[in-house]
Design a protein around this ligand. Structure first.
Ligand code: ACO
Length: 384
């Protein structure tokens, strides 16, 4: 009589995933159907709720896009004017989180303070909870930047749109129309973008039936990484390190030589120029036309972009690495007076509505997201 060899952990692990290739970056894996946005990487097109980006950016206000994204997420969604009023009221509710202002820690980077403050919002699933989350970065980012510089946070003004109000709470003076339009353009441009890393994080959390605050906080954690929404601060660091337009090619070549990435270039999906880069470049040009962008900065950025594209073409000729959204984000947000370490907070201001729409869609149409890994670790000694 022969005894069957006991099935080892290694056997069991490899049987479970036999023949399944490991999709390390999940490239090409489709885990959801969405009615929210589509990224066409080959054509360089972004469509949000059926509208191409160039029909939205610079043409409609942020509140319009918030409504488009939330349209199918909440049955009790008001019309556009009602939604703008509800968002303004939500800004007032969020401001109360800052009471007392001394309780707000300012030693952490802004995005971490923002995350800590947003964690105080209730983890609901309704429209009220959603609007407070969407309003939160617009109120808390300027407030914590003012606190950091020793100034008092300013309460929101419900008569203004979200973009104009945010800029007023940041600087203490009403922004010009050009400045409000530039921030509106930015928020619309980044409002949603298919199943990017932070949106996927939001959908994973939502798939467990946790609330919207949990989904948004997970997304914010993913967003802050420098390979995702944490890139524009490092774009400015790179411009500073380059210093002058004449030095661009040599300094960028040295970075590539050292194995570093050029920030603001390359994308997982786009094989051509990121359409958001053009939308934001137009925003920077409009600000420059009003004398609101430092002209030396702009000349330096243009030289860096030209040199980077040439060098990246040589560095990876088989893989087109083009300008992404973060390059002109950096110039636009700097011109609007946001410090570079707060750029991820401003990105979250625009993307939060997208995260929430995806979280609701996941809950309405999806299943628990639970992929597999293949075990290749140590075996228990008696099972080897
Ligand atoms: N500079 C230099 N080399 C690059 C760059 C870059 N900006 N982007 C990609 N590469 C190279 C990589 O080094 C890699 O080469 P290797 O195979 O020899 O290691 C190759 O191209 C492929 O890179 P991956 O990281 O596999 O490509 P992926 O599609 O995952 O990268 C990413 C996308 C992370 C955006 C990348 O292009 C990058 O790091 N860019 C710089 C950071 C940045 O701008 N991030 C913002 C992205 S936009 C957004 O998320 C909102």
């Amino acid at each position: 009589m022969t005894l069957d060899r006991p099935r080892s952990l290694r056997d069991a692990a490899s049987e479970a995933t036999a023949g399944v290739p490991v999709a390390a970056g999940l490239d090409g894996i489709v885990v959801a159907e969405t009615r929210l946005s589509h990224v066409d990487g080959a054509a360089g097109e972004l469509t949000i709720r059926g509208e191409p980006l160039d029909r939205l950016a610079g043409r409609v206000g942020f509140e319009t896009v918030v409504r488009m994204l939330l349209e199918e997420a909440f049955e009790d969604l008001p019309d556009e004017a009602g939604l703008a009023r509800a968002l303004a009221a939500a800004r007032g509710e969020v401001f109360a989180l800052l009471d007392p202002p001394g309780a707000v820690t300012s030693a952490l980077p802004p995005v971490e303070t923002l995350r800590a403050l947003m964690a105080r919002l209730d983890d609901g699933e309704g429209l009220d909870a959603a609007l407070r989350l969407i309003a939160a970065p617009a109120v808390l980012t300027p407030a914590l930047l003012r606190l950091r510089s020793g100034a008092r946070p300013l309460p929101p003004d419900p008569r203004l749109g979200l973009a104009a109000d945010c800029l007023r709470m940041l600087s203490g003076t009403p922004p010009s129309d050009a400045q409000s339009a530039a921030l509106d353009r930015y928020l619309v441009t980044v409002s949603d973008h298919g199943l990017n890393a932070s949106t996927f994080a939001a959908r994973v959390v939502a798939s467990t039936r946790a609330g919207l605050t949990s989904a948004v906080l997970a997304a914010l954690g993913a967003l802050k990484g420098p390979l995702h929404g944490g890139a524009p601060g490092p774009v400015l660091d790179m411009l500073d390190a380059v210093g002058t337009p004449e030095a661009a090619e040599a300094r960028l070549a040295a970075r590539l030589e050292a194995g570093e990435r050029l920030m603001g270039f390359g994308h997982r999906i786009y094989r051509v120029r990121d359409p958001r880069a053009d939308a934001l470049k137009a925003g920077v040009a409009a600000l420059a036309g009003e004398g609101l962008v430092d002209s030396d900065r702009l000349r330096l950025a243009e030289a860096v972009e030209r040199a980077a594209l040439t060098l990246l073409g040589r560095h990876r000729p088989e893989r087109r690495l083009e300008t992404n959204v973060e390059f002109y984000t950096a110039l636009l947000l700097e011109a609007l007076g946001f410090p570079r370490d707060s750029f991820t907070c401003v990105f979250a201001m625009g993307r939060c509505a997208g995260w929430i729409a995806h979280a609701r869609e996941q809950q309405a149409t999806g299943r628990l997201l639970r992929p597999q890994s293949r075990y290749v670790g140590p075996l228990p000694r008696d099972a080897a």
